[in-house]
Design a protein around this ligand. Sequence first.
Ligand code: URA
Ligand code: SF4
Length: 210
Amino acid sequence: MSAAEWVPESPTLAELRSAVQDCRGCELYRDATQGVMGEGPTPAPLMLLGEQPGDREDREGEPFVGPAGGILHEALADAGIDPEATYTTNVVKHFRHRLSGKRRIHQSPTSKQVGACAPWLAAELDLVRPTGVVLLGGTAGKALYGSSFRVGEARGHLLEWPDAIATASLDPWVLATTHPSAVLRAEDQRQETYDGLVADLKVAAKALTR
Ligand code: URA
Ligand code: SF4
């Protein structure tokens, strides 16, 4: 399984957004409304990397426009990062879910689906050429560092870009943090979880000013 044959050569972002609609690199296109390419300026100093589009993103065709996106944009602003200056995307471009009656319930993508979708991310990295990449949650972390990656151990300090993932003359630092949806799920620890996200993003903000 690989998206490689659907990724155009030296694409613009508009070309990527259009080409991802034809991707058959894994089975996830079947049950999704559309592919959701990243969004933001190219180049951009910071890339924010989530898991996959959610229900709202799947309908609207843009990343982080739902509830988790609301938390993310608030946390970025609180950390002193202009959300508009960042490029936001996901390791998987189609929404994986199951049905519960009429409700679409999020399901994390498998490592095979993440691997299949990686050529799209590689094309985005070539366009965005970020100084730093923020990994939002475990799926993004595993996509870069493998299945043993744990956000709890890795978060809050700068990491080296993984050797396993080649990026042409690009060597961004990486910062891992919790996924903003964890704040929504945290109930009685909501403030604590949010503060942790902002504290990690401040590490990225500081690294960007170096
Ligand atoms: N969660 C993600 O990981 N990405 C989105 O775009 C929305 C929610
Ligand atoms: Fe292609 Fe990725 Fe969608 Fe799978 S999830 S069909 S690899 S764009």
